[in-house]
Design a protein around this ligand. Structure first.
Ligand SMILES: Nc1ncnc2c1ncn2[C@@H]1O[C@H](C[S@+](CC[C@H]([NH3+])C(=O)[O-])CC(=O)[O-])[C@@H](O)[C@H]1O
Ligand SMILES: O=C(O)C(=O)Cc1ccccc1
Length: 247
């Protein structure tokens, strides 16, 4: 497969039955376009990852990117950090994502130590790491599995290590939430999605992407052991948090 990315038109025609959203070959083929047009601030979050790594990562430390998809975070790091600055392991459950990510790293940054493994992040045995990235992945796990994963990640982090947690969020207040979701739909419309695409994708994501509130995310991080977490980015109903393990 080439690394050409197609325009996302997955939900553009009326479907009799909208299937549950899955990270299959069809999604892989248009994923860069889909995520760029669907996640407010996605590019800015990737850009900031490198700056955070430059501040917090010990030279040569190991980095996990959990639910790495096509390895965009890894590419961002490799584009800005020297080859010996870090070792990267991307993990994803989707075979189509994993093979495309491996291909991309081979072509784009063979001078850096970049690995991609097909695995379930809930059952993986984690190696000690200085930075763990969970970019829009926790939201796809059953809510009951989220705390156990975060506790494992806290244990895997080295002293002074950091976790980046980016998520779609929901507001506890129904009116606030409705306003934010409506403006998010405006954002998607402005990025070329039709009302039909917006509504069919919303159906496909029901019970698949289940967002937490920002408070709940900070609560989960505290419960996992992190003494401190900060929301460093927020744009509509998308946010990114950094959680610190004491040094
Ligand atoms: N249990 C699991 N184990 C491993 N992977 C999983 C699991 N569940 C879901 N995934 C994987 O998590 C990824 C979520 S996308 C991440 C974007 C990326 N981080 C990016 O910055 O471009 C988010 C989005 O598309 O909104 C998919 O590739 C799934 O296969
Ligand atoms: O498109 C949406 O509604 C989202 O919440 C973002 C998204 C982006 C890519 C895959 C799944 C969800």
């Amino acid at each position: 497969m080439s690394d050409a990315s197609y325009r996302d038109a997955i939900f553009s025609t009326p479907l009799d039955r909208v299937a549950r959203f899955s990270f299959d070959e069809k999604v892989v083929a248009c994923f860069p376009d889909m995520i760029r047009r669907s996640v407010p601030g996605y590019g800015q979050i990737l850009g900031m990852l490198s700056l955070i790594a430059q501040r917090h990562l010990r030279h040569g430390a190991h980095v996990y990117d959990l639910g790495c998809s096509l390895g965009a975070s890894g590419l961002a790091l490799a584009g800005t950090l020297e080859p010996d600055a870090f070792r990267y392991t991307g993990i994803d459950l989707s075979p189509a994502m994993v093979s495309q990510a491996r291909q991309t790293f081979l072509v784009e940054c063979s001078d850096h130590a970049m690995q991609v493994e097909e695995a379930d992040i809930r059952t993986l045995e984690y190696a000690p790491s200085g930075l763990i990235i969970l970019n829009f992945t926790l939201q796809f796990l059953p809510a009951a599995d989220r705390d156990a994963l975060l506790a494992k990640l806290y244990a895997a982090l080295e002293p002074g290590g950091v976790l980046i947690l980016s998520e779609k969020t929901v507001d506890a207040d129904e009116r606030d939430n409705a306003w934010r979701v409506e403006r998010y739909h405006d954002f998607k419309r402005a990025n070329g999605y039709s009302d039909l695409e917006i509504s069919q994708k919303r159906t496909a994501l029901e019970n698949v992407l289940v967002p937490d509130t920002l408070d709940a995310l900070h609560g989960r991080l505290a419960k996992a052991g992190f003494p401190r977490s900060v929301t460093w980015f927020q744009y509509l109903n998308f946010a990114s948090l950094i959680a610190f393990k004491e040094g």
